[in-house]
Design a protein around this ligand. Structure first.
Ligand code: TYM
Length: 333
């Protein structure tokens, strides 16, 4: 295992996971987990920027259960909760001291989110959020970070930050590469195909929750925005139809020829029904396993405890090197 490239990725337990999270991240993680030395993290400290405390415990377990239900094998991959390994927060502070404000001010996710809030209500955590993300990745010397398209800018910042630290302090961090799939990396909202499907969007109609029951999934697809035409024209599909076609292609794994034979020329009503049924078939087994896992919270907590246990030595080794390079006085004893 040791000579395999290291993969690190994570999701925030800050709302309901949706089809975009599955297609852009979770499924690619599962499909390629045998190729890498993996760390899959539930990033609960990131979720503090907007999660109500009462729901954080429940959501953290739910995200971990969904990782497992989707096929993450805890023997093969290290599954951990971010706050269980204290070095994430420690390295984030250190990296923050090397991060120019301007880099963070340019982050589009920060600009989008902060636009909705007054400056009195924006925590500095939201501002420095990409620094904690960089710490997550650099702590394990990850080579690859499989994410959806929306994380590309954060990954670029992580790379710049690692290079800057290496230059100013001495060679310490591996410069990670983003791994963004050709399909499914940007699933759009069903009700607004100009915006990405998102956990935080006010409108629930735009996202298919991974735990949504079949009828709700059918209803959401039925109301999906399509184009002005009435039948599928694959070459000239507008954003709504293109999004449905991409969901179909990603879920079925079909090639373009098969897509044409399955869906070219079919009416929009049929298209929506077909994509809804393919989605339901993909989600039902995940939902069933997730329910079983959540029925045994102690078992789940045990798996997470083992994951943290496995992650700690690597995190501690990196942090030890960072402390030494920075001249932090070791505690006596
Ligand atoms: P988060 O929790 O918003 O999303 C988790 C993953 O899902 C992907 N994703 C999507 N992919 C396709 N279509 C969509 N509509 C869509 N929406 C979300 C995201 O790109 C992501 O891969 N900052 C991260 C969490 C994080 C992290 C990390 C990721 C913290 N530390 C270290 C990688 C490495 C986030 O908020 O993801």
């Amino acid at each position: 295992m040791a000579d395999r490239p290291v993969v690190f990725s994570g999701m925030q337990p800050d709302g309901e996971l949706h089809l975009g999270n599955l297609l852009g991240a979770l499924r690619p993680w599962v499909e390629e987990q045998h190729l890498y030395h993996n760390y899959f993290c539930v990033v609960d400290l990131h979720a503090l920027t907007r999660q109500e405390p009462q729901r954080l415990t429940e959501k953290t377990r739910e995200v971990a259960a969904l990782y497992l239900a989707a096929g993450i094998d805890p023997q093969r991959s290290t599954l951990l909760v971010q706050s269980h390994v204290k070095e994430h927060a420690e390295l984030a502070w250190v990296l923050g001291c090397f991060t120019p404000m301007g880099w963070l001010e340019r982050m589009t996710q920060f600009k989008d989110r902060s636009r909705k809030l007054s400056s009195e209500r924006i925590g500095t955590g939201l501002f420095s959020y990409p620094v904690l993300m960089a710490a997550d990745i650099l702590l394990y010397r990850a080579n690859l970070v499989p994410v959806g398209e929306d994380q590309r800018q954060h990954l670029e910042l992580t790379r710049n930050l690692a290079a800057r630290f290496n230059r100013l302090v001495g060679e310490t961090f591996v410069i990670p590469e983003p791994k963004i799939g050709a399909l499914g990396a940007r699933v759009m909202a069903l009700d607004d195909p100009q915006s990405k499907m998102s956990k935080s969007a006010d409108s629930e109609a735009g996202r298919v929750g991974l735990l949504d029951p079949p009828d709700r999934i059918r209803a959401k697809f039925r109301r999906a925005t399509t184009d002005s035409g009435s039948a599928v024209d694959i070459e000239n599909a507008g954003p709504g139809v293109a999004n449905l076609l991409e969901i179909y292609r990603t879920l079925t794994g079909c090639d373009l020829a098969q897509l044409r034979s399955d869906l070219e020329g079919v009416g929009y009503g049929r298209l929506k029904e077909t994509v809804a049924e393919v989605t339901i078939s993909a989600l039902l087994p995940i939902q069933e396993r997730c329910r079983d896992l959540l029925a045994d919270p102690r078992g789940l907590d045990q798996i997470l405890a083992q994951g943290a246990e496995r992650a700690r030595p690597t995190a501690a080794a990196t942090m030890g090197e960072v402390r030494e390079k920075l001249g932090l006085l070791p505690a006596a004893g």
